[in-house]
Write a protein that binds this ligand. Structure first.
Ligand code: 3PG
Ligand code: MG
Length: 348
């Protein structure tokens, strides 16, 4: 996969630079609840500032605003406040939510022209949005000299390693509720893995009939709950004989040991999707056991997807993972082997 040309090679001194970052962060009560993506956008901004740019205009979408009421809810103000505080340089401004323009998601040329207006160079650092062919990710790259930001390049390099000649054993751990989202990735990557471990709701969907062209390792036991509730009564049961009227909300202790052993022996690991409803303490242990096992593994380890990323943070092991992706859908599409429009729009 040829990498797009880097911002490091751009002539930016004295120029006005439009930077597309992915600042689509979770909000709670109108405040930034997790600033990982904002922090991840800083190295590119600092590089540009060090190189003597005149001005940086940072743009991003936030949420999926549809109606007029959504304009207040998805105002860029809290993100702008956090980013400008972190970067501490008056040359940086944060534009309005790109999705306040209805033409943004249709890649409307008028929207792209308005963004490009007055700018000399375009830098796309929004890996998390690279699977979207929108005006701010693709349209504007046709109007200005376009370069890839440092985060975008790092994501492509690290995730790209999984698509190349990996060190073996290569173990994939997959879970979560949405099987359909992950079938493409598993088809593309799973056949090349030595072991594919599947937990979570996904394991139940795969139990009766394996939809993949390779073998998968399913749980041995599950934590069965009397109802889908945080305080439900629980019992550990074999995976293939969940009692009627109960729901499996986590993988059981034998499965945790088995999965941890497989992960410990790996030289390359990719993990996407939790093993259960880890937001509820009674059903978090399987997911945290996987998080710890991935962190303890000496090989090259990659975690992608919002829930698994949150789990490695909550388990306190994020600093022992080789690469934590800032992309959800974008990382999955890349690993599916699809071309990312935001990347393809930048010259190599
Ligand atoms: C994400 O969080 O997945 C990206 O920012 C893309 O957002 P979207 O799915 O609303 O396009
Ligand atoms: Mg998404």
């Amino acid at each position: 996969m040829p990498l797009p040309r880097s911002v490091e090679g751009a002539d930016v001194e004295g120029k006005v630079v439009l930077v597309r970052s992915d600042l689509n962060v979770p909000l709670e009560d109108g405040r930034v609840a997790d600033d990982t993506r904002i922090r991840a956008s800083l190295p590119t901004l600092r590089l540009l500032l060090d190189r003597g740019v005149r001005e940086i205009r940072v743009c991003s979408h936030l949420g999926r605003p549809k109606s007029d009421e959504d304009r207040a809810r998805y105002s860029m103000a809290p993100v702008r406040e956090r980013l400008t505080a972190l970067v501490g340089d008056a040359r940086v401004t944060v534009l309005d939510n790109t999705r306040f323009q209805p033409g943004e998601t249709k890649n409307d040329p008028e929207v792209a022209r308005a963004l490009a207006d007055g700018c000399d160079v375009y830098v796309n650092d929004a890996f998390g949005s690279a699977h979207r062919a929108h005006a701010s990710t693709v349209g504007v790259a046709k109007l200005l000299p376009a370069y890839a930001g440092l985060l975008l390049l790092q994501e492509l390099e690290h995730l790209g390693r999984l698509l190349g000649d990996v060190e073996r054993p290569f173990v994939i751990v997959s879970g979560g509720a949405k099987v359909d989202d992950k079938i493409g990735v598993l088809e593309n990557l799973g056949g090349r893995a030595d072991t594919v471990l599947i937990g979570g709701k996904m394991a139940e969907d795969v139990r009766s009939e394996n939809p993949f062209s390779f073998d998968v390792v399913l749980p041995i036991d599950v934590v069965a709950a009397s109802s889908f509730a945080e305080d439900a009564e629980t019992q550990v049961t074999p995976f293939d004989s969940l009692p009627d009227g109960t729901v499996g909300l986590d993988v059981g202790p034998d499965t945790r040991t088995l999965f941890a052993q497989r992960i410990a022996g790996a030289r390359t690991v990719f993990w996407n999707g939790p093993m259960g409803v880890f937001e509820w303490p009674a059903f978090a242990e399987g997911t945290f056991a996987v998080a710890r096992a991935v962190a303890d593994c000496d090989g090259f380890t990659v975690v992608g997807g919002g829930d698994s990323v949150r789990a490695v943070h909550e388990a306190g092991v994020a600093d022992r993972i080789s690469w934590i992706s800032t992309g959800g859908g974008a990382s999955l599409e890349l690993l599916e082997g699809k071309e990312l429009p935001g990347v393809a729009a930048i010259p190599t």
